[in-house]
Design a protein around this ligand. Structure first.
Ligand SMILES: Nc1ncnc2c1ncn2[C@@H]1O[C@H](COP(=O)(O)OP(=O)(O)OP(=O)(O)O)[C@@H](O)[C@H]1O
Ligand SMILES: [Mg+2]
Length: 378
């Protein structure tokens, strides 16, 4: 490094040479300033032109929100790849249809498990698919991307998601904690000096967060979500009927007749599976009362984590929650009477958000409106 006034190889600069050097230095500085201004204004123009997007990278579903357009994609987080070449065959709904039905040369994979990234390579391929599809019209200006990630992921995982998004074509990346995104998405007044509580029951995790003054006061996440509930249905049917059913059937049962508390009119449904003993297909009828039993443990797990959050909440904020109650979001919040079960166990009012499956994606959409500001604070 050569400093002003210091000659090359330690020689003294002649006086005139020094003058020239300062002129050159000044011109360089000016050039740098102009460069920075140019970069900022290019950045602003690109920001204006580029199609910034928000992504809810969920265990079960990935949603993409495009600025000024709303939710443009909502697909299962599933990728089908060729077993040998590892090339992507399908992403999203098309790949989900293949789950459990693939020939030997194709694998259908869910790269996100239990709210964390189980397979980085496949997650990156999935992100690339969504980012490319979202910015198809403006490919020459890469988008800035907001990604909602589970609050429990480690710093290493956060970095990996950021890098994956950059590799996948993002110009700049902002990571947002999922419960924060959900709270923004359902319109909770999180900027006020009062507590808001959100419980996001997703496919992989249930995330509970108490927010105040734009920050997370307390958050806790457990690996109980829609997937765990589906698995408990599979285990229950196997134990009670010796019938083996797949994940998709279990999910259908949960959605059609699953409940967390007594229903006015209990429901019934016929299900098909494979007999565990004789190995042949068989159909049985099951009721919502039985499925409620299958769900009992998972529901108490969710209630327990909410109670822990309430216990750890500072008293001033606790009293806010008595009036404001708890807001539920995420697909799992749609289980019949789950709001009632949580309300009875906590003594607080519980409300299921409108469009609970879209809460996180809508939150990323709100953040996109002031993305420059968020990125500068990141
Ligand atoms: N009507 C419904 N009743 C019960 N469960 C439902 C219903 N609709 C969807 N689900 C469940 O919601 C879950 C998906 O919710 P969501 O899309 O919020 O999860 P995710 O964001 O992908 O997961 P995570 O936030 O854990 O990463 C799935 O387990 C699905 O079976
Ligand atoms: Mg989610």
């Amino acid at each position: 490094m050569v400093f002003p006034g210091q000659g090359l190889q330690g020689e003294e600069f002649p006086l005139q040479g020094r003058g020239n050097f300062f002129i050159v230095w000044g011109v360089l500085l000016q050039g740098m300033k102009v460069g920075i201004r140019l970069k900022n204004s290019i950045g602003k123009t690109l920001g204006f032109l580029s199609h910034d997007i928000g992504i809810d990278l969920g265990t079960a579903n990935t949603l993409v929100f495009a600025k000024d357009r709303g939710i443009i994609m909502n697909e299962p987080s599933v990728v089908a790849i060729y077993t040998n070449s590892k090339k992507v065959r399908a992403v999203g709904l098309e790949a989900k249809k293949m789950l459990g039905r693939t020939p030997a040369n194709i694998m259908a994979i869910r790269p996100m498990k239990d709210g964390v990234i189980a397979d980085f390579e496949i997650t990156e391929a999935m992100l690339r698919y969504f980012i490319n599809k979202a910015s198809r019209t403006m490919k020459f200006i890469p988008p800035r991307v907001v990604i909602a990630v589970p609050s429990g992921i480690t710093e290493v995982e956060r970095r990996a998601v950021k890098e994956s998004a950059i590799h996948a074509g993002a110009r700049d990346v902002l990571l947002l904690q999922e419960p924060m995104a959900a709270a923004i998405g359902v319109g909770l007044p999180i900027d006020e000096p009062a507590a808001s509580m959100i419980v996001d029951i997703g496919g992989g995790t249930t995330e509970v967060a108490i927010l105040s003054l734009n920050g997370v006061v307390f958050s806790q996440s457990i690996r109980i979500g829609g997937d765990a509930i589906d698995n408990s249905i599979i285990a229950y049917i196997k134990k009670m009927y010796n019938l083996i059913i797949g994940e998709r059937t279990a999910e259908e049962i949960k959605i059609r007749i699953g409940s967390a508390a007594k229903l006015e009119n209990e429901l019934e449904m016929a299900i098909k599976g494979r007999d565990a003993i004789i190995g042949l297909p068989r159909t049985i009828k099951i009721s919502s009362v039985e499925i409620r039993e299958a769900l009992r443990e998972a529901v108490s797990g969710i209630v327990e984590v909410i109670k822990i959050a309430l216990e750890k909440c500072p008293p001033e904020l606790s009293s806010d929650l008595v009036d404001r109650g708890i807001i539920l979001a995420g697909g799992g919040s749609m289980i019949r009477k789950l709001d009632r079960a949580i309300s009875e166990s906590t003594g607080l009012p519980v409300i299921v958000a409108d469009d609970p499956l879209f809460a996180v994606a809508n939150g990323t959409g709100t953040v996109l409106q002031d993305l420059g500001l968020w990125l500068s604070e990141d």
